[in-house]
Design a protein around this ligand. Structure first.
Ligand code: HAM
Length: 420
């Protein structure tokens, strides 16, 4: 139970997004949706919670997300449900359930929504955070990888942030590729067991690749000399990776090869990538993604390859340096004095709004001065004034709030005058 002082505060690790900042969020979300849609991706929504197995099987039993970070609860029917910590496993679950993979391929989808992870909150790391993401499913072509990597970079740039793209291939799990490499890595880690931090020693048997992600200085020093997956890829994975790089160079995407980038979720195969930006401190990944050619099978389906990414909008906002936000201003603010004028102002506002003109009016019963201030603050270009003189003459005053110029129009013609 939260104690009394905390009872009516937002839960730890969550944020309220209030105006004016909420305008920036709205813009980011719409821009992402526009950019993804114009590359052939369609919107998808999945539930905010799933059967827990979707993440256990999809994201992986040994991952930090599954072992430490999930919001898991039983519903009244005794089912184990989990608030989604990420969007990829749910999208693939939905695709299999609705048999999309039996229809036209590829299936290109985008989403924007809240994700939940019970992490220790700090700057850029929250318990509820917003992701936009895409998934391109059904193609194993390197060009799909290049399209996905490019699209993420393109969106981040469109929000005024210059990302660094870190690119790696982690191969596929067979003996001939990552499977063989992991044996070599485990042998190396065993040799250096005593030099590793305690948590990382445990990872040798549970999730050896994750030692590359350790934040412990002693482990980091050991990993400097570790064998790298890049040197142990099978021919097919190496060729695939080279083709991805070639395509990215063709379209002018600069990237850094990141041979120690392994990502935190178990479903990745072949291409793995992250976008980082300055100004974020230790949580510098704005987004990440990769191929997940084995995920559909892990969720009980046939082999269906796929690749995607998700971007953290909370972090993108920090990276953007909390920019000035353009609010969405109304076009017209109606200033009205007295009962009759008030009635007319509401009627005029509804007419303007119906015609698609942004209009606002006084709801506080303010005087002329106060309403003129509200008009300025609203960002409207025009004030329509319904004062005593206007009510007597039947003509409204239309004031251009940028130049101060005024003209009059009969009440019934205000709308035509403003839409002209
Ligand atoms: P992820 O790397 O776990 O990948 O998350 C992607 C992004 O979400 C991160 O780079 C970060 O910006 C944001 N993020 C993650 N956790 C937090 C947090 N606690 N607070 C704030 N932001 C956070 C995935 O989720 C994969 N589903 C991406 C993907 C799609 N792979 C293939 N398709």
């Amino acid at each position: 139970m939260a104690d009394r002082e905390d009872a009516f505060r937002a839960p730890k690790g969550t944020n309220d997004i209030l105006p004016p900042a909420s305008w920036w969020w709205e813009r980011a979300r719409r821009r992402a949706e526009d950019i993804f849609a114009t590359s052939g991706y369609a919107p998808v929504e999945t539930p905010m919670f799933e059967n827990t197995e979707v993440f256990e099987r999809g994201v992986g039993q040994a991952t930090e997300v599954v072992t430490k970070q999930m919001y898991t609860f039983s519903d009244l029917g005794g089912r184990s449900l989990t608030l989604r910590p990420e969007g990829t496993a749910p999208v693939v679950r939905a695709m299999l359930e609705k048999n999309l993979h039996r229809g036209a391929l590829p299936i290109k989808l985008y989403y924007a929504g809240w994700m939940f992870r019970q992490e220790r909150p700090q700057k850029g790391r929250y318990r509820q955070f917003f992701q936009v993401g895409i998934e391109a499913i059904g193609s194993d072509a390197a060009r799909a990888d290049a399209e996905v990597v490019w699209l993420g970079a393109h969106f981040i740039r469109s929000m005024g942030v210059e990302p660094t793209v870190h690119l790696n291939s982690i191969g596929h799990p067979d003996e001939s590729c990552r499977g063989g490499y992991i044996k070599i890595l485990v042998a190396f880690l065993d040799e250096h067991r005593d030099e590793l931090a305690a948590d990382d020693r445990e990872r040798i048997s549970t999730n050896p690749l994750r030692t590359f992600d350790s934040k412990e200085a002693s482990t980091i020093a050991v990993m400097e000399g570790a064998p790298l997956i890049a040197d142990h890829l099978c021919d097919a994975c190496r060729k695939h990776f080279e083709a991805v790089q070639q395509d990215l160079r063709n379209v002018g995407i600069a990237f850094t090869l990141a041979p120690r980038l392994v990502r935190g979720l178990d479903y990745y195969t072949r291409t793995a990538f992250e976008y980082t930006a300055g100004g974020l401190g230790s949580q510098d990944a704005i987004g990440g993604g990769g191929r997940y050619d084995g995920l559909a099978e892990a969720l009980g389906g046939p082999h269906v390859p796929g690749i995607g990414f998700a971007l953290g909008i909370d972090r993108l906002r920090l990276a953007a340096g909390e920019p000035e936000v353009d609010q969405h201003p109304v076009d017209v603010y109606i200033v009205a004095l007295g009962e009759d004028a008030g009635r007319r102002s509401f009627e005029l506002a509804t007419r303007l709004r119906t015609a698609g003109v942004g209009a606002d009016l006084d709801l506080m019963g303010r005087g002329l001065k106060g309403q003129m201030k509200d008009a300025d603050r609203s960002g409207a270009r025009w004030a329509v004034i319904l004062g005593e003189d206007e009510m007597a003459s039947g003509n409204a005053t239309i004031r251009d709030l940028t130049t101060g110029e005024q003209r009059t129009a009969a009440f019934d013609e205000v709308e035509a005058e403003l839409t002209r």
